[in-house]
Design a protein around this ligand. Structure first.
Ligand SMILES: *Cc1c(COP(=O)(O)O)cnc(C)c1O
Length: 447
């Protein structure tokens, strides 16, 4: 008991805060924890409890910080866990900030553009004339609409007025951009002729056609949609929001070519080859990079976007551009094996099984992973991992490096497709810490 913890006097906030230094939190946050604890303890008439309360508040604060976890969910692009894992920048930005040539031209010594490197390399990797990088795909779409169609009409199929998780809704983004939505066709069937009549209607004032990838849902049954080539022939520029960021359907960066589960996913190179003026996509979906949005395509359209005042508000920082630059270089070098997302997505099931056997032979089992991240709905990827009886997810989350697992059919699944091999030891330690010890499904729990 601290000297000033008498029944009637409030304990010293400063003294309580200092006693929490071992949590590693900065002092002001410890003061907040201590202050809250003292207030609660006094309200309960129990000043002596302040120290324990302060410690649990401080520990809760530390726990709430951004921290690394092991993703055992088998969801490759898990939005809550930051979607795609990405390689740390090689050029020195991991381990501390350094000055960089963000907007500096080393040859001339003059000011350069931050859009010269990563965007140009990404354009190169998908066969675009030019590209621009912004904060995310939502801002890419907003900027394109504002720059190319403010005050004018944009034709969109009624089957593609999508909502992406987190509040990205095409009609609302359109309204914010100042462009006017011109709905075309029906929910299940839209034809090129529907677009042609909208474009031909002077009252509609259509200056742009927008195709939006149905990333997170499917329309099945009596359906029809125009091809990219048909939309590209309308006489107004076609912008295709492909969302997922697949650069090239042929996946030349993968030794074995595209995996089967990518069938039908639109890719930047092919959509541009089919005549789209621009494509927009996320950096942290199938591209496998940090959160970013890419606008790629015809140079004049990209330049119009870059010149709009919103471009400055939506521009990325050096950390993101540096990581994207290294990522684009990996794509151009066809080194898919150095891109964590592709490494995980294409790892053979045999290798995952062998890892599961090494971690816990009695729990090793085949599982099913998914792309996730609002991409490829309904697609399943054969996988392997550890399956144990009962709901153990809260216990697995409680360790020093939390392991996030999923529950299905009263069993807990740690899917190794989304676990980096370096983290197998973390998973093994988390399993070893479970009390009672995990047992396979179907066996009688002991303990
Ligand atoms: C995911 C997605 C978006 C939003 O991308 P963010 O990078 O999350 O802003 C927009 N359009 C489509 C088609 C998408 O799939």
């Amino acid at each position: 008991m601290s000297p000033d913890a008498s029944p009637d006097r409030p304990p010293s906030v400063d003294r309580l805060a200092r006693a929490l230094a071992d949590t590693g939190l900065p002092h002001p946050l410890l003061v907040d924890a201590a202050r809250t604890a003292v207030a609660e303890a006094m309200a309960d008439g129990d000043p002596a409890s302040a120290a324990d309360r302060a410690r649990s508040h401080a520990e809760a604060t530390a726990r709430a910080l951004l921290t690394d976890v092991v993703n055992g969910t088998g969801v490759l692009l898990h939005t809550n866990l930051g979607r795609a894992p990405w390689p740390p920048p090689a050029g020195g930005q991991d381990g501390g900030h350094r000055y960089a040539t963000l907007e500096f031209n080393l040859d001339t010594g003059d000011r350069g553009s931050r859009q010269d490197r990563a965007p140009a390399l990404l354009a190169r990797a998908c066969g675009a004339e030019a590209a621009l990088v912004v904060n995310n795909c939502a801002s890419a779409v907003l900027l394109v609409l504002a720059a190319l169609a403010s005050g004018r009409g944009v034709a969109v199929s009624r089957g593609e007025l999508v909502e992406i998780g987190g509040g990205f809704r095409i009609p609302e983004v359109m309204a914010q951009s100042g462009a006017r939505l011109v709905e075309v066709g029906t929910t299940n069937r839209t034809r090129a002729t529907d677009f042609a009549s909208a474009v031909g209607d002077p009252a509609a004032d259509v200056v742009l056609a927008l195709a939006v990838h149905r990333s997170n849902y499917r329309i099945e049954g009596f359906t029809e949609s125009p091809t990219t080539a048909e939309l590209a022939a309308l006489g107004v520029p076609l912008v295709s929001d492909i969302g997922s960021g697949l650069l090239d359907a042929a996946c030349p960066w993968l030794d074995d070519g595209p995996p089967r589960w990518l069938d039908g996913e639109p890719a930047a190179r092919q959509v541009l080859e089919d005549g789209a003026g621009l494509v927009t996509f996320s950096g942290d979906k199938l591209l496998g990079g940090p959160q970013a949005g890419v606008i790629a395509g015809q140079a004049d359209l990209v330049e119009a976007c870059a010149a709009h005042p919103l471009a400055r508000a939506l521009r990325p920082g050096s950390l993101v551009l540096h990581a994207l630059q290294d990522l684009a270089l990996a794509y151009l070098a066809r080194e898919g094996s150095t891109i964590p997302f592709w490494q995980m997505a294409t790892a053979p099931v045999d290798g995952l099984r062998a890892r599961a056997e090494r971690i816990a032979p009695n729990l090793a089992a085949d599982t099913v992973a998914v792309p996730g991240g609002g991409t490829l709905p309904g697609v399943e990827i054969p996988s392997a991992g550890l399956i144990m009886a009962g709901d153990r997810v809260a216990e697995l989350r409680a360790g020093p490096t939390p392991v996030v697992a999923r529950v299905a059919d009263d069993a807990t699944v740690v899917d190794l497709r989304t676990v980096h091999p370096d983290d197998d030891d973390v998973v093994a330690a988390a399993l070893a810490a479970l009390d009672p010890a995990p047992v396979p499904t179907g066996s009688v729990p002991t303990g």
